[in-house]
Design a protein around this ligand. Structure first.
Ligand code: Q9C
Ligand code: ZN
Length: 382
């Protein structure tokens, strides 16, 4: 399996976050992905570490608002010029809907760096440091490169030329951070700044397998002849992927499926009654888990949604938001999933039978993280 990875993703390293009222060391640490990379590197017959290309801002702007991207780029400097602490940008107030009833302020016109911090962020886990933009941009590019590789290796022209027929699904792994599934079009939170899974999904939808990959004409939105790919996003992070859900909430493509503990962070989303709206009605599926969920129960729920919803959807590609914070000893998440359970999960994902892009999301138990991720991927590949 090809693994896309970049050291630039390590540069984002806030010193702290606020958790249960305490200042604690930043849980989403750079070492998470180095530990995984080093482990996967020990199996060169199974994993090939690849470097990525830079696809620029266009795929990012297909998901995120211009003003939000401008904010992420400039927030740290503006904050420092305004006397903010060098450790990074942390909001003071939030744009809470409860204070807006009588406000007549033009919210798009907000100038103060402190105000912007609360305009573009929904929690206290998303400090913006000097290097946050560079690392988040890199994280997205790693992910986009992995998606482009998946397109290339599944394109008809490639398959014809290489005369190659696979008998098991193709998988690619984007080993990136910061993660993405909590980030929405114009707001960061939950360690997430750019929604990598949404960006990759949009790209995979719009570059049809039957088309030549790099043929620009087929990327053109007003080309009526173009055929879109159908995508499923399977989000197995412990937390609800509120950003991904919201971005695609009124579309029937992709189908978004999330298994998560819905009483935990981010608390206000993730109910099973959130089924999508308009064209998207029926294409958003939330499955609630209890903290007590063990391997067998988890696998049973996953198996049912695969059989009843994912396979009948008849997609061209699968994007997996791969969080392993369902692990039994995860410091901030944690159902009761075991290291062996992850192998079974990977194997079950393989049974979907689709070319699959795995994207790194959460997972914070540093001692076992690499084994849990390795097991999902090797469960898929064997
Ligand atoms: N009591 C991801 O896994 N703070 N984000 C949690 C828990 C933020 C998790 C506090 C958790 C974000 C990608
Ligand atoms: Zn998570």
């Amino acid at each position: 399996m090809k693994v896309f990875y970049s050291d630039v993703c390590l540069k984002h390293a806030p010193q702290y976050e606020i958790l249960s009222g305490n200042f604690v060391e930043y849980v989403e640490s750079p070492s998470r992905i180095t530990l995984i990379k080093e482990h996967l590197s020990q199996f060169p017959e199974k994993f090939e570490i690849c470097s990525h290309l830079d696809y620029g801002l266009e795929p990012i702007l297909s998901i995120h608002d211009n003003d939000y991207i401008e904010y992420l780029k400039t927030a740290y400097i503006e904050w420092c010029n305004d006397g903010g602490d060098k450790k990074g940008v942390i909001p003071e107030t939030f744009l809470h809907k409860g204070i807006l009833n009588s406000s007549k302020k033009n919210l798009k016109n907000i100038k103060s760096p402190l105000a912007k911090a609360g305009f573009y962020c929904f929690d206290l886990s998303c400090c913006i440091t000097e290097d946050t933009w560079e690392a988040s941009y890199e994280s997205a590019q790693v992910c986009i490169s992995a998606a482009m590789e998946l397109l290339k290796l599944t394109s008809e022209s490639y398959l014809n030329e290489s005369n190659y027929i696979r008998n098991s699904p193709l998988g690619i792994f984007a080993l990136c951070r910061p993660p993405g599934h909590h980030a929405n079009r114009n707001v960061c939170g939950g360690y997430c700044y750019l929604n990598n899974a949404a960006i990759a999904t949009k790209l995979l939808i719009e570059n049809n397998k039957k088309d030549n990959n790099n043929n620009k004409e087929n990327n053109n939105d007003d080309n009526n002849n173009k055929e879109n790919n159908k995508l499923v996003i399977l989000d197995i992070d412990y937390h609800h992927g509120n950003g991904t859900q919201d971005i695609f909430y009124s579309q029937s493509n992709p189908l978004y499926v999330s298994l998560h503990e819905s009483n935990d962070y981010p608390y206000f989303t993730g109910d099973e009654s959130e089924i999508g709206e308009g064209d998207g009605k029926g294409y958003n599926i939330n499955i609630s888990l209890k903290k007590e969920t063990v391997d067998d129960e988890y696998l049973e729920k996953l198996k049912i949604v695969i059989q009843d919803k994912i396979i009948p959807y008849n997609a061209d590609f699968l994007v997996v938001s791969l969080g392993v914070d369902t692990y039994k000893d995860d410091p901030i998440g944690g159902c009761q999933i075991t290291t062996l359970g992850y192998k079974r999960i990977g194997n079950l994902i393989k049974s979907i039978g689709l070319p699959t892009l795995f994207i790194m999301e959460g997972g914070y138990h540093l001692e076992t993280l690499k084994f849990n991720v390795y097991n999902v991927l090797s469960g898929f590949d064997e």
